[in-house]
Ligand binder design. Structure first.
Ligand code: CA2
Length: 146
């Protein structure tokens, strides 16, 4: 039997991780994070499919595509966190559990980084633990899948 597949979606500018602002976002690159997620998922008996886009519509399309192919979804909506009704609506139509991840603790930063629109579609939110947040999200999903 095939392993449950988890979609991991990262939003705008996260392709720059490791190149700037390491004091906020850490030293890991997005590639490092994706490699760690593959290993963490395998240890939990799951598989992951990792994608990043700077485009809102592309993220919406990927959430739609994930609807009937994946068992759960992890998303760091980055700059779309507070403003994308389109992404929220796509996630509300996603049937499985959604975990929202932020590398930084958005609640102790500038006021414009909160509130999150996306949280309305999320089973839970993990923020402030850097790259480890994705692994924590995978653990959370492992406990939520039937
Ligand atoms: O803490 C997070 O994960 C964020 O989602 C990251 C977003 C920010 O807009 C959110 O408020 C919090 C920004 C991602 C930009 O990432 C960069 C990484 C390296 C260099 C420049 C940008």
């Amino acid at each position: 039997m095939s392993l449950p597949l988890i979609a991991i979606l990262n939003g705008p500018n996260l392709n720059l991780l490791g190149q700037r602002e390491p004091e906020i976002y850490g030293h890991e690159t997005l590639g490092d994070i994706e490699t760690a997620c593959q290993a963490a998922a395998a240890a939990l008996g799951m598989a992951v499919e990792c994608r990043q886009s700077n485009c809102e519509g592309t993220l919406v399309t990927w959430v739609q595509e994930a609807r009937h192919r994946t068992a759960g979804l992890i998303i760091n909506p980055a700059g779309y966190t507070t403003c994308s009704v389109a992404l929220l609506d796509a996630l509300l139509a996603y049937p499985g559990p959604v975990v929202e991840v932020h590398l930084s603790n958005i609640h102790r930063r500038e006021a414009f980084r909160t509130p999150s629109l996306i949280s309305r579609a999320a089973q839970g939110v993990i923020c402030g633990f850097g790259a480890r947040g994705y692994g924590l999200a995978l653990h959370a999903l492992a406990g939520l899948l039937p």
